[in-house]
Design a protein around this ligand. Structure first.
Ligand SMILES: [Zn+2]
Ligand SMILES: [Zn+2]
Length: 310
């Protein structure tokens, strides 16, 4: 075996460390011969899941042309909904600065602040943090002396939300209510909506459903492509609807259909994740009977065939 000098060894260890995936069942890292070569994007062209016999499956989730780059997200779905600055910060774990299309936008639409003047419109800061877009409702933008104050207040809320104790729902609720006065379409509201949805879903399902609806709205506003969390938000909302308002069939069907269609894109129409909303759709449409071919797969008889990534 030829000798490896210190520098090459360091490179090899770094390549292993920064291109591996955590093993999904055991401790340890796994390096794949092809998927590990994929670069990161906050708007990745591909997503991955585990298929039969633990196969690592990479799927495109949008139309690709020959030569297009296959990218994946190194961040979890939840983190893709955080501001550009936060995503960039997290990606420092991999020691690079993301230059993806979302990180290159001039305005960050995940950091909305209520217009101070009309209180109806929403202001979005420039990525440079030096000014805000004009309010689309009243046409004003905050004067220079207010910009620093608004950004400082935002920073304080970010830190407050970062340090929230998820179990102290009363405290979360208070911070949330105060934040609603200042922010709209802001990722910190999404973070609190998630905590409040999870905290309330057992005992206060009506409030929980409202938070879930707001999570979906923010996701669609800030990042419109299908993700597993968005699909499951719809499925969980469908579950709640079915328990609370079983007669509102049109609404329940909508939620399960969205979940089914997104999961078909993300992991294929035969994956067990996709079969779950599919089977529920079947139940809503056909009373409580289970599909005739209940083999755990969604087949071509789906109520509305899911859009397949090409
Ligand atoms: Zn990015
Ligand atoms: Zn305004």
């Amino acid at each position: 075996m030829s000798k490896l000098d210190g520098k090459s060894f360091q490179r090899l260890v770094s390549a292993w460390r920064y291109n591996s995936f955590g093993h999904h069942k055991e401790d340890g890292l796994v390096l794949y011969n092809r998927i590990s070569m994929c670069a990161h994007s906050c708007d990745p062209t591909c997503c991955w899941s585990y298929g039969d016999e633990d196969a690592f499956v990479l799927r495109s989730r949008m139309a690709l042309d020959k030569g297009d780059e296959l990218t994946i997200s190194y961040l979890q779905d939840e983190d893709l909904l955080k501001s550009t600055a936060v995503r960039q910060q997290k990606l420092q774990n991999w020691k690079f600065t993301c230059m993806c299309p979302r990180c290159s936008l001039k305005v960050d639409f995940g950091r909305g602040i209520r217009c101070q003047r009309c209180r109806v419109g929403i202001l979005y800061p420039q990525a440079s943090n030096t000014s805000f877009e004009l309010c689309r409702v009243c046409g004003s933008s905050p004067p220079l002396e207010d910009i620093a104050m608004l950004l400082h207040m935002e920073e304080e809320y970010v830190q407050r939300v970062d340090s929230l104790d998820k179990k102290d729902l009363e405290d979360v609720q208070q911070v949330y209510q105060a934040a609603l006065d200042i922010f709209e379409n802001h990722w910190i509201l999404y973070v609190m909506d998630t905590i409040l949805w999870e905290g309330h879903r057992q005992k206060n399902v009506m409030d929980a459903m409202e938070h879930q609806r707001r999570r979906i709205d923010f996701h669609q506003h800030y990042y419109f492509r299908p993700t597993f969390i968005l699909a499951w938000c719809h499925e969980e909302l469908g579950d709640c609807m079915m328990a609370q308002f079983p007669t509102r069939k049109w609404h329940i069907v909508q939620e399960f259909q969205r979940a089914y269609q997104m999961l078909a894109v993300l992991c294929g129409s035969t994956h067990q994740y996709t079969a779950s909303p599919y089977n529920k759709l079947w139940q809503v449409s056909n009373g409580n009977s289970t599909p005739a071919t209940n083999n755990g797969t969604a087949d071509s008889a789906a109520p509305e065939a899911g859009k397949q990534a090409s």
